[in-house]
Each structure stands twice: as C-alpha cells, then as structure tokens.
Design a protein around this ligand. Structure first.
Ligand SMILES: [Zn+2]
Length: 686
C-alpha cells in the first residue's frame, strides 16, 4: 500500500504516442462522468434523477396490461437496474475520490439511498411475479440466462416469502449491514501503538528508521497501520519486536469484535434458515460458481493435498534459516514467516526488491501496461484531452476496437488526502449494446512522477497495476451486452478475480518487461538475470502462501457452515491454522477479530484461491515463450471476457479450457521455483 500523505504534485509529461495511438482520432459522443462539473447540489440532482427514473421504470412495469413480455417487463426492469447501478457507482466513486470531505459525506448519503432503492426492488413481490410470468420461449440464450439468474437473486432476497417473513428478512438484512460495518469500523478504529527501543529497529530500511525517531521518552512509537507494521514483520531482526507487533496487530479489534461477529453470524444464520438453507455458507454459495457449501470444504481439502509437500519443503528451508541463530528450533511461529522468507530470498536468490525499482518509473509502466493490453486484447487506447475531472491528475481514455470506440476509462492513480487508500477497479457505467458504452475507473495510490522524481514503483505496485487492469478490460470487453444486468463483471462474484489474477502473471514475462522496464537514468533495459532472480525470489514461498490463504478460507467457511452456537472462534481459528499451515499460531492473537473479510466475504473467502486456480489454468493456455503467439489471446478475449455475465462462469471456463478448471496449473505455479532449479534450490544464486 502506498503512503496516502504523499504530495500530489503533478507535472504534465509529454505524451509518448505509440503508432496505434497516432492513427485517426476517434471521438465519443457520450459525455464523460464529470462533464457537468457538478457541485454538491448538481451531483444530488444527477443522482435523484436517476433514482426517479428507476422508479418510473418500475411503475411502467407494474402498470403494464396483458401477458408479460420482454418488452413490457424485462426492458423496464433492466432500465431500473441500469439507473440504480449508475447512481450507486457514481456515489461510491465520489465517496472514495472527491477531494472535499463534505462532498464525500453527501456521496455516502446518496449511496444509502441507492442501496435502499435496490432493496425495495429485490423485495417487491409484484415485480418478481411479473418476471416469473415472462414468456421466454422466443428469447435468446443470454436473455433466458439473465431471467433465470435474476429470479434466483430475487428468491435469495426472500421475495417469494409471506409478508411477515419478508418484513423479518428486511430487518435482518439491515441488521447484518449494520453489524458488518461495525465489524469493519472496529478494525479500522482499532489502531494500536507499540513502544520499541531504537536498537530494535535494526534490520529495517534506513528510510523507515528515519521516519521513526524516538520521542521524548526515548522510545520509538510504531502503529499497527500497514506501512508501519509490515516492514517490522519482514525486516526487524528483533524477534521480540516482531512478536509484540503480531500480538498488537492481531488484537486490533479484540475483544470488541467478539460480540459483533457472533451477532453477525447469528443474523446470517437466521436469514439462511428463513430462506430454507441449513447454513449461511450454503445460502451464500447458491448464486456462485461453487454452488454448495460442502463444495467449499472439498475445495479446501483439494488445495491442502496439492500444496502440502511443497509447503513442507519450504518449511524445511525456513527452519534451516532459523536454526542458524537458534540451533535447537524445531517449530516456526506464524509471525516469523515473513522475516525468515526474506532471509532465504536474499541468501539463496541474491535478490533485493529495491534493485528493480529504477526500472519501473510510473509513466513508462503505465504506457507499458497499455501497450501490453493493446497487443493482448487486440484493441487500442486513445487519451481524451482537456476532460474535466474532480482532480487535475485524472486521465480519460477511450478503448478502440477495429476503429470503433467500445468503452472509456478513467485513471486516478496517485494518492491525495482523503482518497481511498488501496487499489481498485470500479465500474462507472454498465455497457448496453447500441445504447451506452461501458465505463470504468482505476483508483490507485502509485508514486507521483515529478520533475525531480520519476515515481519509481515497487514490483508489487506494478503487479497491482496489471491486476486492476485485468478487471478493467473484463468490464469493458464484457460490457457489450443487450442488458445492463449481465454486463461486464455483473456475474458470479467468485469468478471476478480470475481475469485480474491472470493478467498479474504477465509482469513475470521477460517479453512483456522488455517493452517498458528500462532504467530511468540510463535507459538500459532491465537485465535478464535480474528478471530471472526476481522471478525465482518471488516464486519462493508459494506453497506456504497457499496454505495460509487456505487456512483463512477454512476459517471463513467453518464459522458460517453451522449453527453459531456451536462455534468457538478462537478454537476454530487455531485449529484451521494448525490443519492447513505448518506454522505455529500465537494463541493470544484472536486473528478472527481483525480479519475484515469475515464481514464482507463472509463464507466466501475461498474466492481468491478458487480464482487463482482458474487464473493459472488460463495462463497455461498461452505460449510462455511468446505470450502473444497463436490464437490464445483472441480466444481468451472472445470466450472468457466478452460474454460478461451472459452465461454461467462455469461454462466460460469450460469453453476456454475444453474442460473444468483443475488444480494442476496451481501446483505447477507453486512449484515453479523448485522446478526451475535443476540442481536443487541450494545451488540457486546468480
Ligand atoms: Zn481484484
């Protein structure tokens, strides 16, 4: 994560136009999101008009006479979804990026209104009955799929239940929303500070030490915020400091969140029961690729079987490293994993992550990613000039396919005060074929290029940029549907991390890096042996990473798979850590209390590994000697991305792979470092 306080100085760099971009200019008549340059009142009018339009569409639908047809039912319903989505996307974006705090507060209030409008439709009996009565005999496959899926979503909201049950469900859903935000807030408000002796900072990077001078009490004060905490767990030589940090970090929202999480589990269990499911995990899986709760358990087991041997091998390397200073050691605490891994990476792969930064200046990386995406997806990008936005640094781009515009995106790439502090792709408009181009935005916090500093990016930053760009291309290329409700990434939520994780892999390709990774001073391309060491070092520890993610997936499933009364949060957390990792958990950390995904993802944290399996399987279909060769790139675009949510994600996967995904590709990915080393990992080096 980037430092949010970095100065937002922005200099206009001369644009490097590649050959495709200098081709004939394409213009788009659709106004940009900020064309009206709205103040709070104008923003609220745009939003209120959209919600009013949605309500008019619902009224039209309900007022229609005669048999239910696509024209008198699905058309107005989809228009209502489209209007509400547009209102929600805009409000969510303004909440995250608008420089003025008052404006952001108004955006939050507007977002609540848009969610209320969504819930009102979801629980509207008459709308559901109208949709259920629709004659689909002449409809195309995408429309039939859309209606079937939408009816399922209605039933998962409880629309077909009696009045009393619906009233109870509405209350429970509001309660769950409130409990979930309380759970999140306790974590973000739960910052702790630990005291350290200055000598305990030994091993940390010099710029970190410079930023952490001792106070009047002679102690250094270190918070549990990521930029403070992560370097400690990775670099601090002091075991005591790392242990204290792990304890503080794990107990940020403890004991506060004990009651909140238990209550949230009960609320969700009751929702599931009212809807006819035996557990929240089952209910939550019903509209996803995985379909059933017990499939999550099977998947976790399968990942465990696939990763165990490799995890063991890595564990032995880490233990050997630990025994250098603690000869009698026979176990590794989980808080030691990051630190020992870093030691192994340096010793065995001669790789220091600082050494690649000079090859990743922001502007060149951005151009490199655009060029890579243009080649891969057979599109081109053209920047729109002088487009008004909420911040002068925001860029606007058109996506062009065969000379025609097919979408637009915005780049808001650098930190400023009050801005969302992670990285994300967010939809701005759903594409509707012939009516509206899809639009999306990347909201990131990458280093700012200035006249004196080219904004050098970390390896992880560049990987994040690729990841988010994968989401963006999915939304744009999948955004050419007849209906807003199946456009872009409106689909099973346990598929959407696959295209982004697939594109992440491209950063490791020397072919891709050769295009843009040049030293910012000398212009020299990144040396091949540095790329090789970077790739091998980053490949070390994947078995352990997968095991750890798997233990989180298990925790997320286990607390929601049964009656909440039967769950002991501490016991489940420790059991899952012991079962799926080889590291010893610190019993006092109560990790569940600060694991935010137990709120939002609830039982579906498996999504990351599930999509990692799919992403690696997809990636193996490309020619790794020349990623752009053959028909894989175009087939991937046509078969996986372009359908958006118009068919089941399980079918998308089968259509591309010729079968369902399997775990072999993930195994290959995990073992890459060991496979690459003919003489064994011990001889690894330059
Ligand atoms: Zn993502």
């Amino acid at each position: 994560m980037m430092c949010a306080a970095r100065l937002a100085i922005f200099f206009c760099f001369p644009l490097v136009l590649s050959a495709v971009l200098s081709a004939q200019k394409v213009s788009v008549s659709q106004p940009t999101i900020w064309a009206e340059n709205p103040d709070v009142a104008a923003f609220e009018k745009i939003e209120t008009d959209r919600l009013a339009a949605a309500q008019r569409s619902v009224d039209t639908l309900l007022g229609a006479k005669g048999p239910r047809t696509i024209e008198n039912t699905l058309v107005p319903l989809d228009e209502a979804f489209h209007q509400i989505n547009s209102a929600a996307y805009f409000a969510m974006l303004m909440e995250q990026v608008h420089p003025d705090a008052t404006f952001r507060d108004h955006a939050t209030a507007m977002l609540t209104k848009a969610s209320a409008a969504q819930t009102a439709i979801a629980l509207n009996h008459d709308v559901y009955n109208a949709l259920a009565a629709l004659d689909l005999s002449k409809a195309d496959a995408a429309t039939r799929y859309y209606v079937t899926r939408q009816l399922l979503e209605f039933r998962l909201a409880g629309v077909d239940k009696d009045d009393a049950t619906r009233a109870r469900l509405k209350k429970l859903n509001d309660q769950a929303t409130e409990e979930q935000s309380m759970f999140d807030r306790n974590i973000s408000d739960g910052q702790k500070t630990i005291e350290a002796d200055p000598s305990e900072l030994d091993g940390l990077p010099q710029d970190y030490i410079d930023r952490h001078k001792p106070g009047a009490d002679g102690k250094v004060h270190i918070t549990t915020d990521y930029p403070d905490a992560f370097p400690v767990s990775t670099f601090a030589k002091s075991d005591s400091l790392r242990r204290r940090m792990a304890l503080a970090f794990g107990t940020r929202a403890y004991p506060k969140n004990q009651e909140v999480l238990t209550s949230l589990m009960k609320t969700r269990y009751e929702i599931a029961t009212l809807l006819g499911y035996s557990s929240w995990a089952d209910c939550n899986a019903a509209d996803k690729m995985i379909a059933k709760g017990h499939n999550i358990a099977d998947f976790i087991q399968q990942v465990n079987d696939a990763s165990r041997a490799l995890s063991q091998r890595e564990f032995e390397m880490l233990l050997a490293e630990k025994q250098k200073t603690d000869p009698g050691a026979n176990e590794i605490w989980d808080y030691e994993r990051g630190y020992l891994s870093e030691l192994v990476r340096r010793a065995k792969y001669d790789f220091d992550s600082q050494s690649v930064r000079p090859y990743f200046p922001f502007m060149e990386v951005k151009q490199g990613i655009l060029d890579t995406a243009a080649d891969l997806f057979h599109v081109s990008f053209q920047q729109e000039q002088n487009v008004p936005a909420w911040d002068p640094a925001v860029e606007t781009w058109i996506v062009i396919d065969s000379g025609k515009p097919i979408g637009r995106f915005y780049l808001d790439m650098h930190p400023r005060p009050g801005k969302f502090s992670h990285a994300e792709m967010a939809p701005v408009l759903d594409g509707i074929r012939g009516k509206q181009l899809p639009e999306a935005i990347l909201v990131c916090n990458f280093p700012v290029p200035t006249s004196t500093d080219p904004g050098l990016m970390d390896y992880g930053d560049v990987q994040t940029f690729f990841h988010e760009f994968g989401h963006l291309m999915h939304h744009i290329l999948g955004g050419q549907q007849q209906w807003a409700g199946i456009s872009g990434i409106s689909m099973e939520s346990d598929f959407v991390e696959a295209p982004s994780q697939m594109l992440e892999e491209w950063i490791r390709s020397p072919q891709v890096l050769a295009k843009f990774a040049r030293h910012y001073k000398t212009g020299e391309p990144i040396p091949a042996d540095l790329v090789a060491r970077m790739n091998r070092a980053s490949a070390f520890g994947r078995g352990g990473w997968v095991g750890r993610q798997n233990s989180f997936s298990a925790l997320s499933y286990d607390i929601y798979k049964t009656k909440p009364e039967d769950v002991n949060l501490d016991a489940v957390t420790l059991d899952d850590a012991r079962r799926y990792t080889l590291f010893t958990p610190l019993p006092e950390t109560h990790l569940w209390a600060s694991f935010g995904h137990l709120g939002g993802y609830s039982s579906a944290y498996y999504t990351y590994l599930w999509d990692k399996v799919i992403a690696e399987d997809f990636f193996l279909q490309f020619d790794h000697n020349n990623l752009l060769a053959g028909d894989a790139p175009m087939r991937y675009r046509r078969v996986v991305l372009e359908p958006g949510g118009s068919m089941s994600a399980n079918d998308l996967v089968k259509n591309f792979l010729g079968r369902s995904q399997n775990i072999t590709a993930l195994q290959h990915w995990m073992a890459e470092e060991f496979d690459a080393s003919v003489a064994g990992p011990k001889s690894a080096g330059k």
